[in-house]
Structures are given as C-alpha cells and as structure tokens.
Design a protein around this ligand. Structure first.
Ligand code: SF4
Length: 639
C-alpha cells in the first residue's frame, strides 16, 4: 500500500447490485495520481464510444486524490466524473467540503459505478461495511432536504453527496450537492448519477490515513499556514470570498451582463461582496483543512417568501445568476442560488441558460404561449421560479432547455443559437472573453467546454495587452497543464493562485505523504499533457472531426462589439479566433484541423489513442517539429 492513500477501490455494479473491493494498484496511482487523472483514464478505457452518457455503459467515477484528507493546503477536494451528457466528452467536476477526506478516512481512493439500479438506491459506506440501500424515502427531495433527512437517519457524522430532482429527471446540467451548498457543478455529472438511480453516496470514515513522513508534512504545513496568514490577499479572501470579484470584474470590463450582451453591470454594487457581507452573512465556512474559509453562509429573505439559507453567492453565481439575469439585489441572487441548489442544478449553466431564455423573450423569440402563460423578464424572481419548474419537470420548452443549449436553440429557432453563450455545450463561466482574448481562447479549447478553471488568463490578457492576440496560446497551454494538477491531486488551487503556495511546495507535500521522493514538476506536467490529449482523442472519437469545428463559441463573441462600460468597443473577428487557434494547435503539436498528431501522442505514450484515431481517420498532421523536452516544452518564458 502506498502511504498517503486510502488503499482500496470499489466497483459498484448497480444493475447487478454487487460491490467489488480491490486494493489500489500502486502503479496506477503513480501514473494517474487521482482525481481527473483517474476519471479521464477510466472513461476513455471503459465507456464505448457510442454509449449513451445517460445509459448503463457510462461510468460514474468518484475519486479523492492524494491530497484529500491530509493536513496540507487544502486537502479537501473530491472529483466526480463520467462521459458528460452536456458536452458528450469526458467530463469532471470537483467539490470541496468534507466528502473526499471522509472517503479516504474510510479507506477508499476510487469508486466506479456502472449499470443502472432498478429502483432508487444509495450507497452507504461505513468504513469496511459497504451496502446498496433503498433510497425511495429520499427520492424527489431537494439536495439540502435529502442531506438533512439522511443525516437524521444515519447520524450527523456522515458525509453525503446527493442529487436533487434535476438529476433524477436527467437535466443535462444537473449537479451533485454536498455539505448544504457545495456542488460538483459542471458537466452534468448529477444527471449521470440520476440515470443510474443513485440518489446519494453516504460515507462514514474513522480510520487514520498513513503518511510517509508526518513530522515533515506537519512542519511544512504549519510554516505555510503562518506565512500565508500574513499574505495581503488572505484577509479579504477570508472576509468576502470570491464575491469580492464582482466589483473587480466590472471595473475591468469583463463581467457578463444581460446574457453577455455587454461586460459591465451598472447596478453591481447591489450584489457585490461588501453587500453580501453587510446584508446576508451568517457565518464564514471552510472546507476540510482550510484556513482561507472562502465560503460564506448566508440568509436571504425576499418579500412573500420564507427566508432561505445558502452557501454563497460566490463569484460565478453572482455573475451568471446576478447581472447576467438582470438581478441587482443580493437577496435575489442568493434566492436564485438557493433555487438552483435545491433542485440540484449547476448555478453557472443554470444562470446562463436562464439568461439565454430571458434574451430570447426580450427579442420575441420565446413568447408567453411557450412559457405556460408566464413571462421571462430580466430580474424577475417569479419568472425565474417558473422557468426552473419547467426545466426540472421537463415541461414544454423546459424539456428542450433541460437537454442543453443546442436543443433549446433548435426548438426556439429564429437564429437563437447566436445568443446561446457556450462552447461544446458548456455554458460560459462568468467572464466575457471579448476584452480578454486569452480567456476566450481558454474557453474555446477547454476539454469540457467554456469553463474558467481549466485556464484563467484575464490578468495576463491585461499584462500582455487586451488587444494582443499572438503569444497568448502558449500561456493558455501552460495553464491548461498546471491547473489539472490541482484537480488531479484534489487540493484547492486558491492557495496556489491567491496566496502564493508554490508548485514546488505542493509537490514536496506529496513526497512527504507518499514517499515518492523522485516526483517532479515535469512528471506532473507530463501527466497533465497526457490527460489533455486523451480527452481530445476521446472527444473526437465520440463526435467525429475535425476538432477545430468544435472550438468556436457562439457568434456573439466574434461578431458583436462590447457596447458599454470600460471595455466599450472591444471586438474580435472570426479571423482573430482562427489566428489564436492556429497558434494554439501548433503549441500542442496538433494539426491545423485541431486533431492531435501521431508524433505528440506517441511521445506521450498514448499508443491506444493513435490506433483509435488512425482507424477513424482523425489523426492531425504536425506542422513543426516537437520541442525535445517533454512536459516543460510549452512553458512560456514569463513563467
Ligand atoms: Fe474550500 Fe474556499 Fe478553502 Fe478552497 S479556499 S478549500 S474552496 S473554503
């Protein structure tokens, strides 16, 4: 057994009702590290290319990586992954809180679910005792209610990951809830869980995690804790969390307002971090082992409605469910946050989808008769409540929205696809890329679609020049290799991004946990590059090629100029996007068509991808020789 890990894996066949335990393979652990690494390898190897993401052959992979459960900054995360019903490629989403650590304390590093249960089911793990149980009593309940009911029945000391009615009804952007307000939000993994009739995973773990060098890990973490406590960013993060960026994002002209029609929301002070703290804050909230406590537990009260409690709204919800939907009061945004959390819908794609519907209504593309007599006005809680009901219950046009952007745009007609702000079906995160071309390139090329955490470049866009296009692709590639590291080893990237805990300090912590003394940054970057190429191959094998055709956003982002605010006049053209894509593909060793080349795949040891892509005629042609140093080869000088 490798120190640092729980030591065991479980394979759960929901169709047959069986659970098989096996020890974690040390070679597999070293090769793929955990989290995203395990997810992307397993779904590539096991899910047939023509399998329905919501069918029995898809896998639901749950994996806390090596950091999870350790006293190190911050070993709190757990990754949930599958073939995504939203993007039709490999998808993953990571949640903080306490679920991942609890799984490790029970002794598990990896759960793989397959098949479909005949009736609603939950998995109960109580250290070595593992049982599939009847979930009929919890089915139909919202995520927070289901979590409370399960704790009442099983004890306050269990940790729970569960879905709400949206996941049960296979809404393609359903999320998985945990700890009354944290979510594995992106990629619709909650819908995959619902398709398997798996309401919840409940775990109690009471074992100790083995650590290779506990005194060294403890000393190093204490030193990092003392140092970061003095970091100038720590106090504002502890006080406001990510909500403080609502103001920043508006000042920098990258905030999405009214479905990304513009990048500045005049009334943003009503929903910013200061207003959240002044009007809603009940207490600060942290994930396991974290002293940054970016979570804000809030109470919001709207006239005529019961008060609601919610964790947030954090930045992305404050952007996509705030100004993007025309809400200008923090109580409204918190209430919308709660509505989506209760239903088990990702607030990011949920907010983006609601804003899309609002703009379609504004432009007359959707009328009352398709909304069961209701309207869909900017900033209307009543309209949004009704829209969420239609979505979750999949009534009328709500069913088309529940299937995703392409389905909704096709049903609406009239060129609605221009207004659907997404890439590869994933709703855009809360930053507009027109004034930040590197950010738009990050969205365009992210394996899971338009998600910011794969690569976030806005300050780099400003440093290198907002109008500059060239030279940014290499930075995007570099960030796309650094960032999977955090999702793979399951620690919070905010310590790296915000209070300067270095790559090397993270890698040193893994050496202390595991005894892998020879682990290097180069090995991690190489793993990231492997993961990135496996996912690209997987996407092409499922969706055909050329890859380039999937890498464009909707036309708003290359045809419309930003009309107001600090970024007024910012505009990109299709030629600009193609220029950036050319540079990006060359930096990755892919062909101009966006397909990975034989050379780069072989260099990464991905022979199976070569064989699969060759069979489908989907290999790209290399345009320039690969640089010789693997892993480090795309590292731009600025880093
Ligand atoms: Fe969780 Fe926030 Fe701490 Fe990260 S900084 S571990 S997201 S509380």
């Amino acid at each position: 057994m490798v120190p640092g890990f729980g030591g065991s894996t479980l394979r759960i066949d929901l169709s047959g009702g069986t659970v098989t335990r096996a020890p974690l393979d040390p070679a597999f652990a070293r090769a793929w590290l955990g989290g995203r690494g395990y997810v992307d390898k397993i779904v590539y190897d096991e899910v047939p290319r023509d399998a329905d993401p919501l069918g029995p052959e898809n896998r639901l992979v749950v994996t806390p990586g090596v950091f999870s459960g350790h006293f190190a900054p911050s070993g709190s995360k757990c990754c949930f992954g599958a073939v995504s019903p939203l993007t039709n490629g490999a998808g993953d989403s990571t949640v903080g809180g306490h679920f991942g650590p609890e799984l490790k304390f029970a002794g598990y590093d990896l759960l793989v679910f397959e098949g479909i249960a005949t009736t609603p089911t939950y998995l109960f793990i109580d250290d070595d005792r593992v049982e599939l149980r009847d979930a009929a009593a919890y089915w139909g309940h919202g995520t927070m209610d289901a979590e409370r009911m399960l704790k009442e029945d099983l004890g306050e000391d269990v940790e729970i990951a569960c879905i709400g009615p949206a996941g049960e009804n296979l809404v393609s952007f359903a999320c998985i809830g945990h700890d009354y307000g944290r979510q594995a939000g992106r990629c619709g993994i909650g819908a995959v869980m619902g398709s398997k009739r798996l309401k919840a995973i409940v775990v109690r773990g009471t074992k100790a995690l083995p650590v290779h060098d506990l005194p060294a890990l403890k000393a190093s973490t204490m030193e990092i804790m003392k140092r970061t406590a003095q970091h100038p960013n720590m106090a504002p993060w502890q006080k406001y969390g990510t909500a403080m960026f609502i103001g920043w994002s508006n000042e920098h002209g990258v905030y999405p307002a009214h479905n990304f029609q513009t990048t500045y929301f005049e009334r943003h002070p009503g929903i910013d971090g200061q207003t959240l703290v002044d009007r809603l804050l009940v207490s600060h909230k942290a994930c396991f082992g974290c002293w940054m406590n970016c979570g804000k537990y809030s109470r919001a009260s709207l006239p005529g409605r019961e008060a609601v409690y919610v964790e947030g709204p954090e930045y992305e919800t404050g952007a996509l469910c705030g100004g993007n939907c025309g809400f200008d009061q923090i109580e409204q945004v918190a209430y919308v946050n709660w509505l989506f959390d209760r239903a088990g819908i990702d607030t990011m794609t949920g907010g983006g989808m609601a804003a899309f519907a609002m703009e379609c209504y504004e432009k007359g593309l959707i009328t009352r008769d398709r909304l069961e007599g209701h309207e869909m006005r900017w900033g209307s809680i009543e309209d949004l409540e009704h829209f969420v009901d239609m979505l979750v219950e999949r009534r009328g046009i709500g069913d088309a929205f529940a299937r995703g952007y392409a389905s909704a745009a096709a049903q609406i007609g009239g060129g609605a696809e221009r207004l659907a702000c997404q890439v590869k079906g994933q709703g855009m995160s809360g930053y507009d890329g027109r004034p930040a071309p590197g950010m738009l390139l990050s969205y365009m090329t992210a394996d899971i679609g338009a998600h910011h955490n794969r690569s976030w470049t806005i300050t780099m866009d400003e440093d290198l020049g907002k109008n500059v296009l060239t030279g940014k692709a290499k930075v995007v590639v570099h960030l796309q290799h650094i960032r999977p590291f955090f999702d793979t080893v399951s620690c919070c990237r905010l310590f790296w991004g915000e209070v300067d805990v270095s790559d090397e300090e993270h890698i040193a912590a893994i050496r202390m946990m595991t005894g892998w003394h020879d682990l290097t940054l180069e090995e991690i970057l190489l793993l990231s590059e492997r993961v990135w190429n496996i996912n690209r191959a997987h996407y092409l094998e499922r969706n055909g090629g050329p890859g380039r055709r999937f890498d464009y956003p909707n036309a708003r982002f290359y045809e419309e100029e930003v009309p107001t605010g600090p970024s007024q006049g910012a505009r990109l053209t299709l030629e600009d996007l193609d220029l950036m894509l050319d540079e990006y593909y060359a930096a990755r060793g892919w062909g101009k068509d966006g397909n990975p080349s034989r050379e780069v795949l072989l260099d990464l040891g991905l022979d199976t991808c070569v064989a699969n892509l060759e069979r489908e005629g989907l290999l790209g042609t290399l345009t320039e020789p690969l640089p010789p140093v693997r892993g480090e080869r795309y590292k731009p000088k600025a880093f």
